[in-house]
Design a binder for this molecule. Structure first.
Ligand code: DAK
Length: 263
């Protein structure tokens, strides 16, 4: 599939999807979601890809939400199809085997904030802003924002943001634990890639196990969560990477993780 609404690149085991509709501040339309689904298929099929980075083209916007111009044209069936596409794509991001980092370089509004929230963590440039402004359009978030935001920053903070639709700055987002780091705009991608490379050097099986244990554990009681962790730990110990990591420590050398899920 040829991409017109995203740029998909892979280098050093790191895939990057750049939302690329700068004239509409990278708003999410149906075609973009189709292209993203195709790129996620490629990522899932490629054993060598260890980390996914999401960002927006230009310096003004990550994603300014769902494409309101397109939304306004939908009949109920089209609205349902769009909602299904978006939910599937965002669900796939959250459950992708590899870690996903959102490098937010400007507006992350509505579906854009929701896309970032489905990533494993967020780095933001100083000029980034976040918000779920759907209430101003007479609707509510539909790509999981009412669920993921309260889990991340607490119900009170999330309710204030969702009920008012107000935007918050990157600094405020960092203060409430929505973003991990705030960086100068020209340092955002360098620092994101630095972290992506650091993660990419780890074992793919253990990264997957850690992501699965954390994500699944957040939705269950702590005893069940610890059981999930135990099962995931056992899988790591049986893996090539688990054996290599412990052997490398004993032999006082750097571990050479193969990153394969096949063994
Ligand atoms: N959609 C389409 N075009 C957009 C857009 C958007 N979300 N945001 C910006 N643009 C376009 C503008 O129309 C403008 O186009 P031209 O007029 O140049 O043709 C261009 O991008 C530049 O925008 P502005 O001229 O407005 O730039 P400013 O710097 O003045 O303002 C802004 C930037 C981001 C504050 C402003 O553009 C803005 O408020 N944009 C809308 C943000 C917003 O409300 N986002 C939330 C969208 S609703 C669902 C699932 C999900 C959703 C719904 C349902 N289900 C599962 C059912 C999601 C809903 C949303 O995300």
């Amino acid at each position: 599939m040829a991409y017109e609404n995203i740029i998909f690149e892979v280098a050093e085991g790191i895939a990057t999807i750049t939302f690329n509709r700068p004239k509409a501040l990278n708003a999410l339309n149906g075609d973009l979601l189709d292209e993203m689904a195709d790129a996620l298929d490629k990522i899932e099929e490629d054993e060598d890809i260890r980390v996914l980075v999401l960002t927006g083209s230009g310096d003004k916007s990550f994603v300014a939400g769902a494409d309101i111009t397109e939304l306004a044209t939908f009949n109920p069936l089209q609205a349902k199809l769009f909602a299904r596409k978006g939910l599937q794509t965002i669900g796939r991001l959250q459950n992708l085997f590899i870690p996903v980092i959102a490098a937010v370089n400007g507006f992350a509004l509505g579906g854009g904030s929701e896309m970032a929230l489905a990533s494993d963590f967020i780095y933001a440039s100083e000029n980034a802003s976040f918000g779920l402004p759907e209430i101003k359009l007479g609707i509510i978030p539909g790509f999981g924002g009412t669920q993921r935001l309260p889990r991340l920053i607490g119900a009170s903070m999330a309710k204030e943001m969702i009920y008012t639709g107000k935007l918050i700055t990157a600094a405020e987002a960092e203060k409430i634990g929505m973003v991990n780091r705030v960086l100068a705009p020209d340092a955002l991608m360098d620092e994101t890639m630095k972290t992506a490379r650091e993660i990419a050097a780890k074992g793919k099986v253990s990264l997957r196990a850690a992501k699965q244990a954390i994500n699944s554990g957040l939705n269950v009681d702590i005893n069940t969560g610890c059981q999930i962790e135990t099962d995931s730990f056992a899988i790591c110990m049986a893996s090539v990477d688990g054996k290599e990591g412990t052997r490398a420590f004993i032999e006082k050398r750097k571990a050479d993780f193969k990153g394969t899920l096949k063994d």
